[in-house]
Design a protein around this ligand. Sequence first.
Ligand SMILES: NC(=O)c1ccc[n+]([C@@H]2O[C@H](COP(=O)([O-])OP(=O)(O)OC[C@H]3O[C@@H](n4cnc5c(N)ncnc54)[C@H](OP(=O)(O)O)[C@@H]3O)[C@@H](O)[C@H]2O)c1
Length: 292
Amino acid sequence: MHEPPAIYGIIGNPVAHSLSPFMHNAAFKALGVNAVYQLFPLADDEELKLFFKDLKEQSNPIFGLNVTVPYKEKAAAYVDVLDPFAEKVGAVNTLVIDHQRKIRGFNTDGPGFLVHLRELDFDPRAKRIAVVGAGGTARAVLSVLCLVKERPQSILLFNRTLSHAKELVDDLSTRMDTGIIRVVQDTGDLNIELADLLVNTSSVGMKAEDPRIIDPSLFHSNMLVYDVIYAPAETRFLSDAKARGAKTANGLGMLFYQGVLAFEHWADVEIDDRVKRVMRKVLEEKAGAAHV
Ligand SMILES: NC(=O)c1ccc[n+]([C@@H]2O[C@H](COP(=O)([O-])OP(=O)(O)OC[C@H]3O[C@@H](n4cnc5c(N)ncnc54)[C@H](OP(=O)(O)O)[C@@H]3O)[C@@H](O)[C@H]2O)c1
C-alpha cells in the first residue's frame, strides 16, 4: 500500500496565479519525496480562522505552508512559535507544522531578497538605498535592510499614500532600529542621482498600461535598479533604468530564494545545487510563459 502524500501548499487570496506549486512540486519530484503542493484559496478572515483550526487536527496531512496576500500579517497570530525575524517583521510567509501539530512561523521574503542581492554582488553595507512602495513586500525588504549586519547608510522611502509609509515605519520601529529610514513626500526627494540601489516594491508595472513611477532621466550607471515584480520580466521601470546604463534585476530571484528557504524549513535540510537548479528552471519557464 502506498502512503498518502504529505500535503504542502499556499494560503492566500488570490492564489491561482502562484508559481510556487511549480517550484515546490518540481523539488519534491527531484528529491523523490512523496509530497504534493496545493493551492488553498481562503476567501476571508473567517475561512482563515477555520483553516487554522483544522490545521491543528491530528489527522490533518498538511505539514508546510506558504502564506501570501492578504494573510501574511494575520497568519502570524495563529502560529505557536514565531521565528525571531518573523516576529520583528510582523508577518509570516512560511509555516512548518510538526507531528504534534505545533505550528512554527517564518518569514523568508526578506532573506530571499537579501540572498538575491548577494547573488547580484550587491553588498548593502554603507549604501544609499531608495525604496518605492509601503505594502507587504516593502515590510519584508525594509526589515531585512534594517536588521542585516551590513547596514546601509540610508533608506529613503516613497509611497503613493504617505500615511501608509509612515505607519509602516512607525510599526517596524517598535521592534527594530529604523533610524536609517526617512519617508519622503515625492519621488523627486528619493535622491536617485546618488542612490546605489533603487527598489520598486509597489505593484506598479504589473500591467502594461501602468504609469512610470520614476523620471527616467534620474537613473544612472552606478546603481542597481531592482523591481520585485517578475511578470512581466522587464517592467517599464527596469527598461528605463537599463536604457540609462543601470544594472537591473527583477524579483524572480527573490521569489526563488524565498521558496528555497521555505523548502529548507519544511525539510529541515539545505537543498543541494542540483535541486535548486531544477526549481529555478521551472520558475523561469513558468514566469516567462505567464506573460507571453
Ligand atoms: N518577487 C517576490 O518574491 C515578490 C514577493 C511578494 C510580492 N511581490 C510583488 O510585489 C508587488 C507588491 O506586492 P505587495 O504584496 O507588497 O502589495 P501590497 O501590500 O498591496 O502593496 C502595494 C503597494 O503598491 C502601491 N501601489 C499600488 N498601486 C499603485 C499605483 N497605481 N500607484 C502608486 N503606488 C501604487 C501601494 O501604495 P498605497 O499604499 O498608496 O496603496 C503599496 O505601497 C506585487 O507586484 C507582487 O507581485 C514580489
